[in-house]
Ligand binder design. Structure first.
Ligand code: LLP
Length: 418
């Protein structure tokens, strides 16, 4: 997180002190660094080098339009999972020919929209979806390019909620049945088979599960060649982990070089769908201490960010570092940082050694991915503002939600006649 650093006793994002952002824009607020996003994307692009393929950022990790725009301008492709994400990437200026469409539950309407836009490829997740896509494309007089998402049945060794490549998960087609589904796709004239797709889970910190999955995919590719089905690209999904605490995940270069080496003399394009490893370290969540409440059992620091702003601690027992914007000298105490939401599960951090006073501003680190994106209005709390920093420039990427945002679309009953 080199773009978030201490200078003269206070934390900066690029060239802007976070305290000034908290003062001018309020809290809770997400703050993203353009330099960090750029560096993370470039690490992938440079690792791919001149090997044909694409880095398709997984929009779900952080779908703010300004974030997507930064990545689109760098030449990124995008991995989308809904019609809404398709519209977002188009609004951000993405080239639809660099978009892949994943997801287990694409509707016919979403397929139509994506075909009309001209997306590069549909990552088809079931035999049933294949039939619907073929029908939709045929009705439109178009050809849909497809990749079948296979489930290689490898244990990604991550949290069970974010592991996706095991037979018991809902994702993809069992790799042992994939050959039959490919033969069926081959027989459907409105489909053009172009690839094999796989995504085995998220926050992976070891290379082995990726390479095990790749070996199984390469075996499938060879079998398909025997069936006369030529595969142009392998989409290896996302999943590379980041350092929240002491994890030591492989770098994009280590991963991509290992993947390239595994290909042997097979001429295939490589597609990757990283989300977290592009956006996570590019963001922090700024929050302020509202009350200190030491009790006989625990010391609670009640902060103004809550589970509706970042649900990862409550949902996955995820650990994210929390740092003071202006560290104080003196003795630290052990604090649980909890939000104002009326749930015992509303905490953002537990057992942290901090020297706190009311009004202190804190930064929850590595919060650029799956934090704002999973936020909600629970307890009628407006969602946080989002700022994108570029050197000394501060861009309001999303305004803080007010009451009008909260009730937009809701309607009171008509007055009953007297
Ligand atoms: N491709 C597909 C098909 C995916 O399902 C995902 C993430 C990605 C790519 C991007 O994976 P990444 O590079 O970000 O690991 N909310 C959870 C993470 C859910 C990931 C879902 N799929 C969290 O906060 O940890």
């Amino acid at each position: 997180m080199q773009d978030f650093h201490y200078r003269d006793g206070e934390m900066y994002v690029e060239d802007v002190p976070l305290e000034a952002l908290a003062r001018d824009h309020g809290t809770p607020t997400y703050v993203y660094s353009r330099a960090a996003l750029t560096r993370a994307y470039q690490a992938y692009a440079e690792a791919l080098g001149d090997h044909p393929g694409m880095i398709c950022y997984a929009v779900k990790a952080n779908s703010n339009l300004a974030v997507l725009q930064v990545l689109a301008q760098l030449g990124a492709g995008f991995d989308i999972v809904s019609g809404g994400e398709l519209q977002r990437v188009m609004r951000a200026g993405a080239d639809p020919a660099r978009v892949v469409f994943s997801g287990v539950g694409k509707t016919a309407a979403e397929m139509t929209e994506a075909l009309r836009a001209g997306v590069h490829c549909f990552n088809v997740e079931s035999a049933a979806e294949l039939e619907v896509l073929a029908q939709v494309a045929a009705q439109m007089g178009r050809t849909a390019r497809v990749s079948l998402r296979v489930n290689p049945d490898v244990d990604a060794n991550t949290h069970p909620y974010i592991s996706t490549g095991l037979k018991e998960n809902k994702f993809g087609v069992d790799i042992d049945q994939a050959r039959d589904v490919y033969r069926r796709a081959q027989a459907l004239p409105s489909l053009e088979i172009i690839g094999i797709d796989s995504h085995i889970g998220s926050q992976l910190t070891e290379l082995a599960p990726f390479l095990d999955a790749l070996d199984r995919i390469l075996a499938l590719l060879d079998h398909l060649a025997e069936d006369g089905i030529a595969i142009r690209h392998l989409d290896l999904g996302g999943g590379l982990g980041v350092t929240y605490q002491d994890e030591d995940p492989p770098s994009p270069a280590t991963y991509i070089n290992a993947a390239k080496a595994r290909l042997g003399d097979r001429q295939v394009e490589l597609v990757f769908e990283p989300g977290r490893s592009i956006a996570a370290a590019a963001g922090v969540l700024l929050t302020r201490v509202i009350y200190l409440k030491p009790t006989a059992q625990r010391n609670f620091a009640i902060v103004d960010a809550a589970m509706n702003d970042n649900i990862r601690p409550a949902l996955y027992q995820a650990w994210q570092d929390v740092k003071p914007i202006r560290p104080r000298n003196g003795t630290a105490n052990t604090w649980d940082l909890v939000g104002p939401v009326c749930e015992t599960g509303d905490f953002i951090a537990k057992d942290r050694q901090l020297n706190l006073e009311v009004g202190d501003c804190l930064a929850m680190m590595v919060a650029g991915a799956y934090c704002f994106a999973m936020s909600s209005n629970y307890n009628s709390r407006g969602r946080a503002a989002e700022l994108l920093i570029d050197g000394q420039q501060v861009h309001v990427a999303r305004v803080r939600e007010d009451f009008d945002h909260l009730v937009r679309g809701e309607q009171l009953l008509p007055q009953s006649p007297v």
